[in-house]
Design a protein around this ligand. Structure first.
Ligand code: 9MR
Ligand code: 9MR
Length: 859
């Protein structure tokens, strides 16, 4: 924390004295630090004012009116208060407010401690009348809670026989000398780097905080402290988004792999970092592990996550849980049925499950798989790649994890085909609350058009991917998708209630034409039906018309339809598909040119709304746009833009912070989560490695950041505090973006060193709707002849070998072997054999081959 300048101390003491003598003139010299939040109730919300049992807070006519139930004994038996109010010992404070009561009553205003032993600072009684009056009360603090800690102000409204209503407004507490926030409490470095690593062969940039106007010398040191490279910074000047004056370092030309490098400028050095692809390759899987942790309705088993993250199943009707086996609709809906909505992922730090957000998260994981299987390498997601219970079921683990959510989405479909918008607690629970200890009633909100189209889109996409894996499931998904789409067309404007935000988030969305486009695109890509094609091509969103630097998110889904139409083969005119692909390059170019002007380059457009809630997911979704631009064009600049985005998230930012838990020397820990809540309970864990914090939010939408960070530069509006839910929550749709981008980046980070191999395989298959004919060329690339050989590989889909030639073929499950015939067992170095087979079924080509137990290069 910054130490207080002496001049301010003098001014504050003077102000305290003046306040005592001439109350009306006290405003002239004092540092007028307002210590309560939302004292005017201007937004219509009472937050963060709370009330005790028997008191109901309501904001009406711009004031807070508390309906107090009579029959209490003591004044403090009925309370309205605010916590986290900073008090400094020996400092003067003036509490003032307007108040009136339906029936005249004496109430008290009190300052003190919000937790045991509940020490008091000051208390004063006021006789309220039916007429609004202004009251003030000045006191000196005897306690010290300099930051948003355990200080509290409360109105004591009890001790009355009868019910009464007491209204307050313009509540203000002025005092103290310590500036509220101003300097973010996150310790920062002058030299900001990706604390995880820079991939060999790719550009390497860092940012230096400096007001110098001339280039400064930098050195790169290895882990032994030896200088391995030197250069000059490029001055860039003031950067408004970060509030820093910056220089840039480009050390791309140094490319020796290693760990523990640091950059040094003058007396300052960076956090250590690697030149290596290992970090990004681990993060590809840790970002996916997040989803198993978030599973509802199943025990989280120590054998997959370790002891500290293991927990019993949440929300399976084991007391004190009340759900989710038979969840009714909210009382005001009277839907007349209950649903079994066990399973799915918890959305975030809360225990809600929301179709629109769970849907886009599942879609993004599935899209990562679909993209890899068409233009990348889907074998990295094969069975056994994740630590999950399904890791030996023969199905790629990424699909297993996504299915946990897709199955839940199907359960949210009402009998009429519409999908319920969400299911969550009737009231917000405290932090921490372990999932299995949540005692709130669970309720279904109304069905909505947005949720229904989300279900249609994801179920159609999933149907396509499971076609060769589980045909019955694929058919069930497609039926649900068609039914949902039909229901949405019959109810095209059933919007979610924006005020339905008690116990769960609203996730309301006023525009659903984008969801219509996305759902039609998925259904068309899966079925080829003309009716869906017509809806796609007639949509105002067609051909990436809505793809901009704003990207996509849970409320803006049209670009997800574009991505599918660009990736999955379909019957649209080739020119239209080309137009979609080039829109990705156009928007990617806009990102790159904006990034060239930034101190901390990141694909994020803050020109309209600043940095918003979940900004880190915006960075990543835009990185996905850059990645696809690279896929569609091959241009290296787009790939480099993706890595720049990752560098920003992993520490090259003005808070010198890695927003991914477990990655980097200064990484987020205290995310807003009801189980990963060590900040509130030392027996609970911190966020597991690979969890992404929401990131800077210049809207400052929670009390912790409102107190700590007023006036923050946009990229610094963040703090690693469990209470700061508008900047530091985790969420499934944010981690799905991290998984997509790190999966892509890992793929672009070079192959792992190829084990010594003396074989190369070229596999090519002609396919038709239910069969294939495959040619395989085996080459001895070693230096010694083969006298016998056995080729082994796995067929990913439903393919079965029906007959083969030039080898003895056999198949067990997906595993196929081909053994030499007597006449072709001898293969000299540099020579090849040609073999092949005919088969039934469908699926992707095999991606890994061994000969005589050694893996082969793929030719
Ligand atoms: O914990 C809640 C978090 O998951 C939500 O994202 C956030 C906004 O909807 O709300 C949090 O809950 C807070 C509520 O909004 C206001 N009262 C305090 C709650 C817990 O911090
Ligand atoms: O991600 C959501 C963000 O776009 C909204 O601005 C914010 C407030 O409505 O809500 C976010 O979603 C939260 C949801 O409402 C409740 N679960 C936690 C989500 C992440 O904070």
């Amino acid at each position: 924390m910054r130490t207080r300048p002496p001049r301010l101390l003098a001014a504050a003491l003077l102000a305290a004295l003046t306040a005592a003598t001439f109350p009306a003139a006290s405003t002239a010299e004092a540092a007028e630090y307002e210590r309560v939040l939302n004292g005017t109730f201007a937004s219509g919300s009472a937050d963060p004012w709370w009330s005790s049992a028997g008191v109901t807070n309501r904001v009406t006519g711009g004031e807070l009116c508390a309906a107090v139930t009579g029959g209490t004994t003591n004044p403090w038996d009925a309370l309205v208060g605010q916590n986290g109010v900073p008090f400094e010992s020996d400092q003067s404070y003036t509490l003032s407010f307007d108040a009136h009561a339906t029936t005249a009553q004496t109430v008290a205003a009190a300052a003190g401690e919000s937790v045991s032993p509940y020490r008091g600072i000051a208390r004063q009684e006021f006789a309220l009348t039916t007429a609004k009056q202004h009251y003030t009360f000045t006191f000196t603090s005897t306690l010290d809670f300099p930051d948003a800690g355990n200080g509290q102000v409360a109105f004591q409204l009890g001790g009355q026989a009868s019910d009464n209503t007491i209204c307050v407004d313009n509540v203000s507490l002025i005092g103290g000398v310590k500036p509220p926030g101003g300097v973010p409490p996150t310790p920062t470095k002058k030299i900001n780097v990706d604390q995880v690593g820079y991939v060999p062969g790719l550009p390497k940039h860092a940012t230096v905080v400096s007001t110098a106007t001339t280039p400064q010398p930098w050195t790169l040191k290895n882990s032994a402290g030896t200088t391995v490279a030197t250069g000059q910074t490029t001055p860039k000047g003031a950067d408004a988004t970060s509030g820093d004056s910056v220089h840039l370092i480009d050390f791309s030309s140094f490319d020796t792999a290693g760990t523990g490098y640091t950059l040094v400028v003058g007396a300052d050095s960076s956090f250590p970092f690697d030149i290596s692809a290992d970090g990004i390759k681990r993060l590809r899987y840790d970002s996916l592990a997040f989803f198993y942790h978030q599973r509802s309705g199943t025990p989280i088993d120590a054998q997959y996550v370790g002891d500290q993250y293991a927990r019993p199943a949440g929300h399976v009707n084991v007391a004190p849980n009340q759900g989710d086996n038979n969840v009714p609709c909210r009382a005001d809906l009277a839907c007349g049925y209950t649903l079994d909505v066990r399973g799915g992922w918890y959305d975030a730090g809360d225990h809600g499950k929301y179709v629109v957000n769970g849907g886009i998260a599942a879609w993004q994981l599935l899209n990562s798989y679909e993209r890899a299987s068409r233009i990348g390498d889907a074998s990295v997601f094969r069975d056994g790649t994740l630590a999950i219970p399904e890791k030996t079921n023969g199905v790629p683990d990424l699909l297993d994890e996504a299915r946990w959510e897709v199955d839940f989405l199907l359960k949210m479909q009402a009998p009429d085909g519409m999908a319920h918008h969400k299911i969550h607690d009737a009231a917000w629970t405290a932090l921490p609350t372990r999932p299995e200890l949540d005692d709130q009633a669970r309720r279904l909100s109304a069905t909505s058009t947005a949720a229904t189209l989300n279900l249609a889109a994801v179920a159609a996409q999933a149907s396509r991917l499971w076609r060769g894996i589980d045909a019955a499931y694929s058919a069930k998904l497609l039926a649900a998708a068609r039914k949902a789409y039909t229901a949405a067309k019959a109810n095209p404007a059933k919007l979610a209630d924006p005020n339905d935000n008690v116990g769960g988030g609203a996730y309301d969305d006023k525009t659903v034409s984008d969801e219509f486009y996305w759902a039609a695109a998925e259904l068309y890509a899966t079925t080829g039906d003309n009716a869906y094609r017509t809806d796609v091509t007639a949509s105002p969103h067609y051909k990436a018309a809505s793809l901009t630097r704003a990207g996509f998110y849970w409320g803006g889904t049209a670009p997800m339809g574009d991505i599918t139409l660009a990736l999955a083969p379909n019957g649209l005119p080739a020119a239209d598909v080309t137009a979609i692909k080039s829109a990705f390059a156009t928007v990617a170019d806009q990102h790159l040119s904006a990034m060239a002007g930034m101190g901390y380059a990141t694909p994020y457009d803050n020109s309209v709304d600043g940095y918003v809630w979940g900004s880190n997911s915006g960075v990543l979704n835009n990185a996905q746009v850059l990645a696809l631009a690279h896929d569609f064009t091959g241009a290296a600049k787009y790939r480099d833009g993706v890595f720049e985005a990752l560098h920003y998230l992993l520490g090259r930012n003005p808070l010198s912070t890695s927003y991914v838990a477990g990655y980097g020397d200064q990484a987020v820990q205290n995310v807003h989560h009801r189980f990963w809540a060590r900040q509130n309970d030392p027996t609970l864990p911190i966020a597991p490695p690979g969890s992404l914090s929401g990131g800077p939010n210049s809207g400052l939408q929670d009390p912790v950041v409102q107190r700590l960070l007023p006036g923050c530069p946009q990229q610094k509006c963040w703090v690693d505090d469990i209470g700061a839910y508008s900047v530091n929550e985790v969420a499934v749709n944010w981690n799905s973006a991290l998984a997509w981008v790190t999966g892509w980046a890992a793929e672009k980070s070079g192959k792992p060193p190829v084990p010594v191999s003396d074989c190369e395989v070229v596999y090519s298959a002609g396919k038709w709707y239910d069969g294939l004919s495959a040619q395989v060329k085996l080459t001895n690339t070693g230096t010694t002849p083969w006298t016998a050989w056995k080729l082994a590989f796995a067929l990913p889909g439903t393919q079965r070998v029906t007959s083969g030639w030039s080898a003895t073929w056999s198949q067990t499950g997906r595993d196929v072997t081909a053994t030499n015939m007597s006449w072709n067992g001898q293969v000299e170095p540099g020579k090849s054999v040609h073999i092949g087979f005919n088969g039934s079924g469908t699926g992707a080509d095999p991606t890994a081959f061994t000969v005589n137990g050694k893996s082969c290069k793929i030719g």
